[in-house]
Design a binder for this molecule. Structure first.
Ligand code: ZN
Length: 214
């Protein structure tokens, strides 16, 4: 069996996490989330972890080399022998170059949804402060009564992070960061990048991804 290395891109609300889980099951290779690796490194208290914590606390992106070293360490584990799904790496062209020298990415899957749809999905998220339930006014689970928690009957609350302006800001950052990377991989070969329409059912998106990676 060939080693499968798949990079997954998608903005907030694209269902990237859900699709990563499905893909992990289907291909039987792990989902490597860079965000999780950073968190674990910080919790481990190693020297590398302390370095990561320092930069992230300053509000900066971890340096390309640091991120890459963390990744390399993780994917040298035996569970990655048949490949892995990358989420959150590469984030810069420099990182993409480092990755290329190390291993060949065989497919870049981009889950596309419009900014409008992303905002609609995230801005309709509501939280119950008293029991912690999460609802969506627009998709499932929808509260039975408008803006009220089904369980506690308290008024639901919208996080500042989910407000339209905050989501729009994150989307802008995502597109600025991702578009050069998509072009970079497109230049590597006609079939390197698969752009998937994320504005479909979870099942249909999964089906399109499976077809693209065949
Ligand atoms: Zn509640």
């Amino acid at each position: 069996m060939d080693k499968r290395v798949i990079c997954l891109f998608g903005p907030q609300g694209s269902g990237k996490g859900t699709q990563a889980k499905l893909l992990t099951k289907k291909l039987n290779i792990p989902h490597i989330s860079m965000g999780d690796l950073f968190r674990m490194a910080i919790e481990s208290g190693t020297e590398l972890g302390r370095k990561v914590k320092e930069v992230i606390n300053q509000g900066d992106l971890a340096p390309d080399g640091t991120a890459f070293n963390l990744l390399k360490e993780r994917v040298s584990n035996i569970d990655c022998a048949n490949g892995f799904i990358l989420d959150g790496f590469p984030r810069t062209l420099k990182q993409a170059g480092l990755l290329d020298e190390y291993i060949e990415v065989d497919k870049v899957v981009v889950i596309d949804i419009s900014n409008k749809e992303s905002i609609k999905r995230l801005a309709s998220r509501r939280h119950c402060l008293s029991c912690g339930s999460i609802y969506n006014l627009y998709t499932v689970p929808k509260p039975k009564e408008d803006e009220m928690c089904d369980r506690c009957h308290k008024k639901l609350y919208q996080r500042d992070d989910d407000k339209e302006e905050a989501v729009a800001e994150r989307l802008k950052k995502y597109h600025e960061e991702t578009e050069p990377l998509i072009d970079y991989y497109k230049n590597k070969g006609k079939n390197k990048v698969a752009e998937i329409n994320g504005e479909q059912s979870i099942e249909k998106v999964a089906e399109d991804i499976n077809e693209a990676i065949e």
